[in-house]
Design a protein around this ligand. Structure first.
Ligand code: ZN
Length: 141
């Protein structure tokens, strides 16, 4: 394996909603692949959010080698935040570079969670679609 291949770690974006402009899938960027794990809804999943995130997370574990992951961006919304933060703890526990993306509903709780996990927090609008889209765009640039 040559150096350029080794350096190309994946950027992973995880949300139980959707990412604006980037449907679920793998995108090839100059600095490595960007993998979007999302659902194809346009509105926030209410009661289904927890279940949706569960199935998204289920798809990740088994499929990605943690060593191949460079950055993980996880959306933490109003719904399913318990599941999202559990997932965040698992991912950060594996030594991945985790960043939480959150809307400011229950902001103090999310801020406390980011502090507890020792990870940065990026504020977004509810649903996180636009901010996540910008993150993917930057990662691909
Ligand atoms: Zn919100």
């Amino acid at each position: 394996m040559d150096e350029t291949t080794q350096n190309k770690k994946a950027t992973v974006v995880i949300t139980y909603n959707s990412v604006r402009g980037y449907p679920a899938g793998t995108y090839n960027g100059k600095n490595g692949p960007v993998i979007v794990y999302s659902n194809d809804n346009t509105e926030t999943w209410e009661d289904l959010a927890e279940q949706k995130l569960g199935s998204v997370m289920h798809g990740i574990f088994g499929r990605i080698n943690p060593e191949d992951i460079g950055q993980v961006y996880l959306y933490v919304g109003l719904h399913a935040r318990g599941g999202a933060l559990r997932a965040a703890r698992i991912l950060s526990g594996q030594g991945n570079k985790l960043t939480l993306v959150a809307c400011d509903c229950d902001a103090s709780e999310k801020q406390a969670a980011a502090r507890r996990l020792g990870v940065p927090l990026i504020w977004s609008g509810c649903g996180g679609r636009r901010t996540l889209g910008e993150i993917v765009e930057r990662a691909l640039a």
